[in-house]
Design a protein around this ligand. Structure first.
Ligand SMILES: CC(C)(COP(=O)(O)OP(=O)(O)OC[C@H]1O[C@@H](n2cnc3c(N)ncnc32)[C@H](O)[C@@H]1OP(=O)(O)O)[C@@H](O)C(=O)NCCC(=O)NCCS
Length: 167
């Protein structure tokens, strides 16, 4: 695998992040929920980054990007909805279509697990994956997540599978 670097999202990522999201918009929308169309502009992405960094400061979100050797953004990974009371969070990731199949999502998820354990002292991570997203399912299972029933009355129970990892 060529060298990749995982680092925290910053305010200077606006242009590179917009390029990454525009380049992969159709690809992502075929696997995960579509973003608001207003997101796809410099001001939309700048606001998105501000929101994520505000949540990071509050300890509710840990936003990361994956870069290639040329410092191009080729993926994103987030610890989401960090709950220090329940010691839990959700994981999310998306990889540039042209860089898929090289183990990048697995690398990113392993990094998130390490951050969750070491930095945030969490005990449980959850992943929500559409049933037809075979690649993502493979990624979480490879990292030790196990399928788990949704809580009764939860949304999208039919469409999504919930996976849990105790760490
Ligand atoms: C799902 C996703 C993150 C995987 O990224 P990736 O970097 O290719 O993942 P990895 O290379 O670490 O592992 C994927 C594995 O699934 C396999 N895979 C991918 N698509 C597959 C498919 N349709 N059927 C069977 N296996 C598949 C790959 O071959 C690979 O397995 P291998 O390493 O044994 O060959 C990427 O496809 C993506 O960003 N999709 C769009 C956004 C998304 O779905 N995010 C996840 C939301 S839950």
């Amino acid at each position: 695998m060529q060298p990749f670097n995982i680092r925290e999202l910053t305010r200077t990522d606006t242009e590179a992040l917009l390029a990454f999201e525009v380049r992969n918009r159709d690809w992502f929308e075929s696997h995960i929920d579509a973003r608001d169309p207003a997101f796809y502009s410099l001001s939309g992405v700048a606001k998105h980054i501000e929101d994520y960094l505000a949540d990071f400061e509050m300890g509710a979100w840990h936003p990361l990007v994956i870069e290639d050797a040329n410092r191009k953004i080729v993926g994103r990974a987030n610890l989401k909805s960090i709950d220090s009371t329940l010691s839990s969070a959700e994981v999310g990731y998306r990889i540039d279509q042209q860089f898929c199949g090289q183990g990048l999502a697995t690398l990113a998820l392993r990094h998130l697990i390490e951050q969750a354990r070491e930095r945030w002292k969490l005990k449980q991570l959850a992943a929500y994956i559409f049933k037809e997203n075979v690649g993502s399912r493979k990624v979480v299972e490879r990292c030790g997540f196990l399928p788990h029933a949704h809580s009764p009355g939860g949304e999208d129970v039919e469409a999504e599978c919930r996976f849990i990892l105790s760490i």
